[in-house]
Write a protein that binds this ligand. Structure first.
Ligand code: APR
Length: 225
Protein backbone atom coordinates (compact mmCIF):
# COMPACT_ATOMS: atom_id res chain seq x y z
CA UNK A 1 0.00 0.00 0.00
CA UNK A 2 1.57 3.33 -1.01
CA UNK A 3 2.06 6.08 1.59
CA UNK A 4 0.73 9.57 0.94
CA UNK A 5 1.96 12.48 3.02
CA UNK A 6 -0.49 15.40 2.82
CA UNK A 7 0.95 18.81 3.76
CA UNK A 8 -1.73 21.46 4.37
CA UNK A 9 -2.13 25.12 5.20
CA UNK A 10 -4.92 27.57 5.91
CA UNK A 11 -6.37 27.24 2.39
CA UNK A 12 -7.69 23.75 3.08
CA UNK A 13 -9.93 25.25 5.80
CA UNK A 14 -10.97 28.28 3.71
CA UNK A 15 -13.91 26.33 2.27
CA UNK A 16 -15.05 25.75 5.85
CA UNK A 17 -15.26 29.52 6.33
CA UNK A 18 -11.99 29.93 8.28
CA UNK A 19 -9.76 32.82 7.18
CA UNK A 20 -6.35 32.23 5.63
CA UNK A 21 -3.43 34.50 6.57
CA UNK A 22 -2.07 36.09 3.39
CA UNK A 23 -5.05 36.28 1.08
CA UNK A 24 -6.43 39.80 0.67
CA UNK A 25 -9.12 39.02 3.30
CA UNK A 26 -6.70 37.00 5.45
CA UNK A 27 -6.00 37.38 9.16
CA UNK A 28 -2.77 39.34 8.57
CA UNK A 29 -4.80 41.91 6.66
CA UNK A 30 -6.74 42.65 9.88
CA UNK A 31 -4.22 41.89 12.63
CA UNK A 32 -0.51 42.68 13.02
CA UNK A 33 1.57 39.56 13.69
CA UNK A 34 3.55 41.47 16.32
CA UNK A 35 0.30 42.17 18.21
CA UNK A 36 -1.08 38.62 18.36
CA UNK A 37 1.49 36.01 17.33
CA UNK A 38 4.80 36.67 19.14
CA UNK A 39 6.06 35.81 22.65
CA UNK A 40 6.51 39.56 23.25
CA UNK A 41 2.83 40.21 22.46
CA UNK A 42 1.81 37.48 24.94
CA UNK A 43 4.05 39.01 27.62
CA UNK A 44 3.00 42.65 27.15
CA UNK A 45 -0.45 42.31 25.62
CA UNK A 46 -1.83 39.07 27.02
CA UNK A 47 -5.52 40.04 26.85
CA UNK A 48 -5.26 40.87 23.12
CA UNK A 49 -3.46 37.60 22.32
CA UNK A 50 -5.84 35.46 24.39
CA UNK A 51 -8.79 37.30 22.81
CA UNK A 52 -7.43 36.62 19.29
CA UNK A 53 -7.09 32.89 19.89
CA UNK A 54 -10.43 32.68 21.74
CA UNK A 55 -12.05 34.27 18.66
CA UNK A 56 -10.31 31.79 16.33
CA UNK A 57 -11.30 28.90 18.62
CA UNK A 58 -14.95 29.99 18.57
CA UNK A 59 -14.86 30.17 14.75
CA UNK A 60 -13.23 26.72 14.58
CA UNK A 61 -15.93 25.19 16.80
CA UNK A 62 -18.64 26.73 14.57
CA UNK A 63 -16.98 25.42 11.38
CA UNK A 64 -17.38 22.04 9.74
CA UNK A 65 -14.83 20.03 7.74
CA UNK A 66 -15.25 20.58 3.98
CA UNK A 67 -15.01 18.20 1.01
CA UNK A 68 -11.27 18.82 0.89
CA UNK A 69 -10.75 17.58 4.46
CA UNK A 70 -13.10 14.67 3.76
CA UNK A 71 -11.29 13.68 0.54
CA UNK A 72 -7.98 13.70 2.45
CA UNK A 73 -9.48 11.53 5.21
CA UNK A 74 -11.02 9.24 2.56
CA UNK A 75 -7.58 8.52 1.08
CA UNK A 76 -7.05 6.28 4.15
CA UNK A 77 -9.34 3.70 2.54
CA UNK A 78 -6.75 2.98 -0.16
CA UNK A 79 -3.45 4.37 1.11
CA UNK A 80 -1.35 4.78 4.23
CA UNK A 81 -1.84 8.51 4.94
CA UNK A 82 -0.10 11.00 7.25
CA UNK A 83 -1.26 14.62 7.42
CA UNK A 84 1.30 17.33 8.24
CA UNK A 85 -0.62 20.53 8.85
CA UNK A 86 0.34 24.12 9.59
CA UNK A 87 -3.26 24.66 10.70
CA UNK A 88 -4.23 24.92 14.34
CA UNK A 89 -7.87 23.92 13.77
CA UNK A 90 -9.10 20.34 14.32
CA UNK A 91 -10.96 19.96 11.01
CA UNK A 92 -8.67 17.22 9.66
CA UNK A 93 -9.36 15.16 12.81
CA UNK A 94 -13.09 15.87 12.67
CA UNK A 95 -13.15 14.77 9.00
CA UNK A 96 -11.66 11.43 10.09
CA UNK A 97 -7.92 11.75 9.38
CA UNK A 98 -6.26 9.48 11.92
CA UNK A 99 -2.61 10.63 11.73
CA UNK A 100 -2.28 14.41 11.95
CA UNK A 101 0.89 16.29 12.98
CA UNK A 102 0.31 19.95 13.86
CA UNK A 103 3.45 21.93 13.08
CA UNK A 104 2.21 25.24 14.50
CA UNK A 105 0.14 24.07 17.49
CA UNK A 106 -3.53 23.45 18.19
CA UNK A 107 -6.39 25.72 19.20
CA UNK A 108 -7.89 22.81 21.18
CA UNK A 109 -5.00 22.83 23.67
CA UNK A 110 -3.23 25.24 26.00
CA UNK A 111 0.26 24.87 27.45
CA UNK A 112 2.35 26.07 30.35
CA UNK A 113 3.96 29.44 29.61
CA UNK A 114 7.09 28.10 31.28
CA UNK A 115 7.43 24.53 29.96
CA UNK A 116 6.29 24.07 26.32
CA UNK A 117 6.10 20.30 26.83
CA UNK A 118 3.33 20.67 29.43
CA UNK A 119 0.25 20.69 27.20
CA UNK A 120 -3.24 20.57 28.70
CA UNK A 121 -6.76 20.31 27.28
CA UNK A 122 -8.59 23.60 27.09
CA UNK A 123 -10.35 23.40 30.46
CA UNK A 124 -7.57 21.88 32.61
CA UNK A 125 -5.66 23.82 35.27
CA UNK A 126 -1.99 24.50 34.49
CA UNK A 127 -0.16 21.29 35.58
CA UNK A 128 2.92 23.25 36.72
CA UNK A 129 1.09 26.15 38.29
CA UNK A 130 2.24 28.55 35.56
CA UNK A 131 -0.25 30.63 33.61
CA UNK A 132 -1.67 28.68 30.69
CA UNK A 133 -1.10 30.11 27.21
CA UNK A 134 -2.28 29.21 23.70
CA UNK A 135 -0.62 26.02 22.47
CA UNK A 136 0.40 27.91 19.32
CA UNK A 137 3.85 28.34 17.78
CA UNK A 138 4.30 32.11 17.69
CA UNK A 139 6.65 33.77 15.23
CA UNK A 140 10.14 33.65 16.65
CA UNK A 141 9.47 30.43 18.61
CA UNK A 142 10.81 26.93 18.04
CA UNK A 143 8.79 24.49 15.90
CA UNK A 144 9.26 21.33 18.01
CA UNK A 145 7.24 19.10 15.64
CA UNK A 146 9.33 19.99 12.58
CA UNK A 147 11.88 17.16 12.89
CA UNK A 148 9.06 14.60 13.26
CA UNK A 149 7.31 16.09 10.20
CA UNK A 150 10.53 16.01 8.15
CA UNK A 151 11.04 12.34 9.04
CA UNK A 152 7.47 11.60 7.92
CA UNK A 153 7.96 13.54 4.66
CA UNK A 154 11.02 11.37 3.90
CA UNK A 155 8.79 8.26 3.99
CA UNK A 156 6.32 9.57 1.37
CA UNK A 157 5.72 7.69 -1.87
CA UNK A 158 3.54 10.64 -2.96
CA UNK A 159 3.24 14.15 -1.47
CA UNK A 160 0.04 16.19 -1.69
CA UNK A 161 0.24 19.91 -0.77
CA UNK A 162 -3.08 21.70 -0.19
CA UNK A 163 -3.79 25.34 0.62
CA UNK A 164 -0.46 26.72 1.74
CA UNK A 165 1.42 29.69 0.30
CA UNK A 166 4.70 27.87 1.20
CA UNK A 167 5.79 31.23 2.63
CA UNK A 168 6.67 30.31 6.23
CA UNK A 169 9.76 28.36 7.27
CA UNK A 170 10.78 25.85 8.40
CA UNK A 171 7.33 24.35 7.58
CA UNK A 172 7.51 25.29 3.87
CA UNK A 173 10.81 23.41 3.50
CA UNK A 174 8.98 20.10 4.04
CA UNK A 175 8.50 19.85 0.24
CA UNK A 176 12.27 19.38 0.01
CA UNK A 177 12.37 16.43 2.43
CA UNK A 178 10.63 14.01 0.07
CA UNK A 179 12.96 11.61 -1.71
CA UNK A 180 14.14 12.46 -5.25
CA UNK A 181 11.61 11.48 -7.91
CA UNK A 182 8.66 11.28 -5.52
CA UNK A 183 5.70 13.04 -7.23
CA UNK A 184 4.28 16.18 -5.57
CA UNK A 185 0.69 17.29 -6.27
CA UNK A 186 -0.32 20.84 -5.25
CA UNK A 187 -3.99 21.89 -4.88
CA UNK A 188 -4.34 25.69 -4.64
CA UNK A 189 -6.37 28.29 -6.61
CA UNK A 190 -3.66 30.88 -6.01
CA UNK A 191 0.09 31.07 -6.53
CA UNK A 192 1.96 29.18 -3.81
CA UNK A 193 5.74 29.48 -3.91
CA UNK A 194 6.59 26.18 -5.62
CA UNK A 195 10.07 27.38 -6.65
CA UNK A 196 11.61 25.21 -3.96
CA UNK A 197 10.02 22.04 -5.31
CA UNK A 198 12.55 19.94 -7.23
CA UNK A 199 10.41 16.82 -7.63
CA UNK A 200 7.92 16.05 -10.43
CA UNK A 201 5.17 18.65 -9.77
CA UNK A 202 1.49 18.63 -10.73
CA UNK A 203 -0.37 21.87 -9.89
CA UNK A 204 -4.18 21.69 -9.63
CA UNK A 205 -5.29 25.31 -9.59
CA UNK A 206 -8.59 24.75 -7.78
CA UNK A 207 -10.11 25.27 -4.34
CA UNK A 208 -9.55 22.33 -1.98
CA UNK A 209 -13.25 21.45 -1.80
CA UNK A 210 -13.27 20.90 -5.58
CA UNK A 211 -9.66 20.02 -6.41
CA UNK A 212 -8.98 17.57 -3.58
CA UNK A 213 -11.82 15.13 -4.43
CA UNK A 214 -10.66 15.22 -8.07
CA UNK A 215 -7.06 14.57 -7.02
CA UNK A 216 -8.15 11.71 -4.73
CA UNK A 217 -9.83 10.02 -7.72
CA UNK A 218 -6.70 10.54 -9.84
CA UNK A 219 -4.44 9.11 -7.12
CA UNK A 220 -6.66 6.03 -6.81
CA UNK A 221 -6.57 5.54 -10.56
CA UNK A 222 -2.79 5.88 -10.77
CA UNK A 223 -1.49 4.38 -7.56
CA UNK A 224 -4.11 2.23 -5.81
CA UNK A 225 -3.09 -1.34 -5.07
N1 APR B 1 -8.55 26.00 -1.33
C1 APR B 1 -7.21 25.76 -1.43
N2 APR B 1 -6.27 26.72 -1.25
C2 APR B 1 -6.70 27.96 -0.97
C3 APR B 1 -8.08 28.30 -0.85
C4 APR B 1 -9.02 27.25 -1.05
N3 APR B 1 -10.34 27.48 -0.97
N4 APR B 1 -8.18 29.63 -0.57
C5 APR B 1 -6.91 30.10 -0.50
N5 APR B 1 -6.03 29.11 -0.76
C6 APR B 1 -4.56 29.16 -0.77
C7 APR B 1 -3.95 30.51 -1.11
O1 APR B 1 -3.83 30.65 -2.51
C8 APR B 1 -2.58 30.38 -0.43
O2 APR B 1 -1.65 29.72 -1.28
O3 APR B 1 -4.13 28.87 0.54
C9 APR B 1 -2.86 29.48 0.77
C10 APR B 1 -2.96 30.25 2.07
O4 APR B 1 -1.67 30.77 2.37
P1 APR B 1 -1.45 31.49 3.78
O5 APR B 1 -2.58 32.41 4.05
O6 APR B 1 -0.06 32.03 3.76
O7 APR B 1 -1.57 30.30 4.83
P2 APR B 1 -0.45 29.26 5.24
O8 APR B 1 0.39 28.89 4.06
O9 APR B 1 -1.15 28.17 5.96
O10 APR B 1 0.45 30.10 6.29
C11 APR B 1 1.51 29.40 6.91
O11 APR B 1 1.88 31.29 8.35
O12 APR B 1 1.04 32.95 9.67
C12 APR B 1 1.61 31.71 9.71
O13 APR B 1 1.40 30.13 11.39
C13 APR B 1 0.70 30.70 10.31
O14 APR B 1 0.47 28.35 9.75
C14 APR B 1 0.49 29.67 9.21
C15 APR B 1 1.69 29.89 8.31
Amino acid sequence: MKKIVVFTGAGVSADSGLATFRDSDGLWASYRIEDVCTPEALAHNRATVIGFYNMRRREMLAAQPNAGHEAIAGLERDFEVEVLTQNVDDLHERAGSSKVTHLHGELTCLRSSRNPDLVAPLDAPAPDGALLRPHIVFFGEAVPMFERAAQIARTADIMVVVGTSLAVYPAASLVRYVRPGIPIYVVDPGNPDTAGIRNPLTLIRKRAAEGMPELAALLRERYKG
